[in-house]
Design a protein around this ligand. Sequence first.
Ligand SMILES: [Zn+2]
Ligand SMILES: [Zn+2]
Length: 761
Amino acid sequence: MTIPKKALDLRPADIPKAGRLRVRFTGVVQGVGFRPFLYRSAKRYGLSGTVRNRGAQVVLEVQGGRLREFMRHVGDNAPPLSHIEGVRWEKIRGKKGKEFVILESEGVGGEEVMVSPDIALCPACRKEMADPRDRRFAYPFTNCTDCGPRFTIIAGLPYDRPKTTMKKFAMCPECRGEYNDPGDRRYHAQPVSCPNCGPRLRLTIKGKMQGGDPLGQALKLLKKGKVVAVKGIGGYHLACRARDPKALERLRRLKGRERKPFALMATMAMIRDHCRVSAMEKKLLRSPQAPIVLLQARPGDRLARLSAPGQNRIGFMLPYSPLHARLLAGMDEPLVMTSANIADEPILFDDAARELPMLCDAVLAHDRPILSFADDSVMTVFEKEPCFVRRSRGYVPLPIALPFRAKKTVLALGPMLKTTFAFVDGNRAFVGPHIGDTGSNSALVAEKRAAAHFMKLFSLRPSIVAIDKHPAYPNRLLAASFPGARVVEVQHHRAHVAAVLAENGEKGPAVGIALDGTGNGDDGAIWGGEFFVGGLAGMERAGHLRSVFLPGGDAAAREPWRTALSMLDAIGADRRAGRLAARFGRKGLQVLEAVRERRGGAMSTSCGRLFDGVASLLGLGDLNSYEGELPALLQAEAERARPLKRAYPYALHKEGGVLVLDLLLAVESLLADRRSRAEQAYRFHWTLANAILDMALALDREAKTATAALSGGVFQNILLLDMTGELLARNGFRVLRHRQVPANDGGVALGQAALAAAGLK
Ligand SMILES: [Zn+2]
Ligand SMILES: [Zn+2]
């Protein structure tokens, strides 16, 4: 979990009782109210001295008689958003003067740099917005040292106003007064502004600027069921009434999104009308990171049916910017707030984006530029712990600590879907924002730009570029943009396992289990149900799922009925296969023929396709309108069942020196099972969990690692993760799972970078 640690042990016994100390703080210590906090703390203990930002550090000099108490206070009460990575102090010679002053920032090169992520509207600012006597009453751009945009507006370091996109707004005398007053809660809050001097809202319809009150007009349009693009913190959202089926249908058409769930924004009270919210989920929703949290919908909830067809979870977030708070207050009902983009392209954040007016009826924007995009982060709670589905706004660009120190700087460009990039530098990894599907040119441009921005911010110069082994992934073209860097290919599923090892601070060895959609294997075949033995220094493929023929290759990922047909053929259910093929007319019969003759397709060990096929055989659908749709429906179906812990039969056998797990036997039994569909779905999950355990036990008999590392998109399925984790733990395994990056392809870049860096001799 990347929520910053608060308490820091400063071991006061080492610190002199009196005199003058120079203390250097590193970590996220700029732009989070750290200097005013030190100022107030020094005053409190009657100390004189200075504090300044120096490069990425905060350098403090304090003098007086209560140094130990002061340091203990600093350790215990550091601002909530600071993330102190290191503290070094030395005794220095005393100086004259009784004052404590905050000095100008100094820039220096070649230091370890940290940038704060963007932070949700804080309670103090929220209170001011609601107070008609306050000069920032209802002000949609309010912020302070504890909240507001950071990463998305920062052009360079040290973090000061001229190096943010706020530089074009000259502060009015009142704002300047607050900004310069160390006792004020807006002291050196770089985006500080007010209605007199700050950014302004504007509403455009088909590119034409509208007069009058932009927010009032946007609310009117939303109430009429229109789709309004709203400029947020890390990009534009498309907003509409969540309870209006017509508005939703229109939004789906505009975005080219048939059934994929939409995220909703609502107040806590509204959320409770539709979902059960646990204490941890509430904490996460209200955290400074303010992610989208996938919450269990109440049975039969209409809003869930509309926003997330077939699913039992709704993705909700709270209004996290002051503008969002105004919108929600004006609507009094949940809003769809989905990233403004086409299909899985990157979020639109440039005001001049030509696509934007085509996606909506009106655009509610403002003149504070967004420099770096950041989609909303998405999380679920698993065993009272947050789990990433997407790591972006609120978390990026905080680094992840690694279990080794890299000799060279590595940039990994990620896979093709749910792409992120990652840098490994020293013992830290910087994982970039969610980019999306890099099949489009705009995604490649976005990835290149964002990676270049990270290089500038964090002074990174990669000498190695890691890419996916797949010869046709478009983002491998970006490797040429880093001349002089050596290109290293990393196999997709090894990257998955490396990611889960690295973020857990482990080098291995372990039994690595990567259950996934698809990725290119060592042999060029489509892998996706892989078992490895090894660690960051290298891993051997030691087992896999039995291959299934995928008629049409990639087409099977979009049309799971093809996989279902192939599975029926493989188990010899010829009559059933014939009936299924007939449902698709001539095309169906052609596919069946291709299956029987094993032509026009590929063999695959993909676990995602196995879920596709089973879901399709259980009648949950024929097509994936988005990646992982049918597997998600299969999970939702299983979660409705009474837990029947009886596995279907399956088999393990050796083939070519590796262990093969045959689950087609289970599919055969499942088809003969007369229980309800929900129970069949549940038993399928239980079977897979038991089979994974058997594979892990068999592989660890020789390897003796007693550690199992779980990764891959299939482990986003928390029912399966829960069953598997429990079975492995009960059988003596230490189970490593994802906590800081997603189990899906959003975590792959970290693993690519970690493997490329750790594998260097
Ligand atoms: Zn605030
Ligand atoms: Zn002002």
